[in-house]
Design a protein around this ligand. Structure first.
Ligand SMILES: N[C@@H](CCC(=O)N[C@@H](CS)C(=O)NCC(=O)O)C(=O)O
Length: 216
């Protein structure tokens, strides 16, 4: 299976951890966005939306990290722990995956990426909203071992772990969110591929070096 990726990218790392959890080997295809490799005609044939992660399984090509994660489990996982079949349990995992994509990681990006890629000034309202998203996550994790509750690790944990590892290399201090912080330490000990997630995330650190928290 060909996996087009960039190590610093949180969505790519979430897929990497899912592949490790499911036990499938990925043929790593490093895709240098800075050099425009994602805009080459051969890549656009695989993914007209020109983003990583992109997975190519035979003649099937798929992008959107959480869609790829679900595909890997549906197609290759033994058992249903990572993505439960029970409709309500699955719905909670889905809710957390959408929360990660549309709220947690989205708000992180809204604050950091305009500063990094467009030279924009820090926006204190966008910074505040990152904290609010973390408060939501804190509520989800209160008295819970896993992001979607229940008694085992799911895709929601892998998705949020990849996101929060980017928070960490960005220098965003979330230690004040007690349940989140404890979960973050705990989950890295049990998630397969968490060591590679950690290692790959370092590639992103350089981008965040000049971005500071706004004066409060
Ligand atoms: N929601 C997407 C986000 C993917 C994404 O934004 N990828 C970035 C790298 S982190 C990218 O490929 N950007 C280049 C582009 O979109 O042209 C996912 O979770 O897969």
């Amino acid at each position: 299976m060909d996996f087009y990726y960039l190590p610093g990218s949180a969505p790519c790392r979430a897929v990497q951890m899912t592949a490790a959890a499911v036990g499938v080997e990925l043929n790593l295809k490093l895709t240098n966005l800075m050099a425009g490799e994602h805009m080459k005609p051969e890549f656009l044939k695989l993914n007209p939306q020109h983003c990583v992660p992109t997975l190519v399984d035979g003649d099937f090509s798929l992008w959107e990290s959480r869609a790829i994660m679900i595909y890997l489990v549906d197609r290759y996982a033994k058992g249903e722990k990572l993505y439960p079949k029970d409709p309500q349990k699955r719905a909670v995992v889905n809710q957390r995956l959408y929360f990660d994509m549309g709220t947690l990681y989205q708000r992180f990006g809204d604050y950091y990426y305009p500063q990094i890629f467009e030279g924009a000034a820090a926006n204190s309202e966008n910074y505040r909203k990152i904290g609010e998203a973390l408060e939501f996550l804190e509520v989800f994790l209160h008295d819970q071992q896993f992001v979607a509750g229940g008694n085992c690790l799911t895709l929601a944990d892998l998705s949020v772990l990849a996101t929060l590892t980017t928070f960490e290399v960005a220098g965003y201090d979330f230690s004040g969110y007690k349940s989140v912080h404890e979960w973050y330490g705990r989950i890295q000990k049990v998630a397969l591929g968490a060591d590679i997630n950690r290692e790959w995330a370092e590639a992103a650190r350089q981008f965040f070096e000049k971005v500071k928290a706004p004066a409060q």
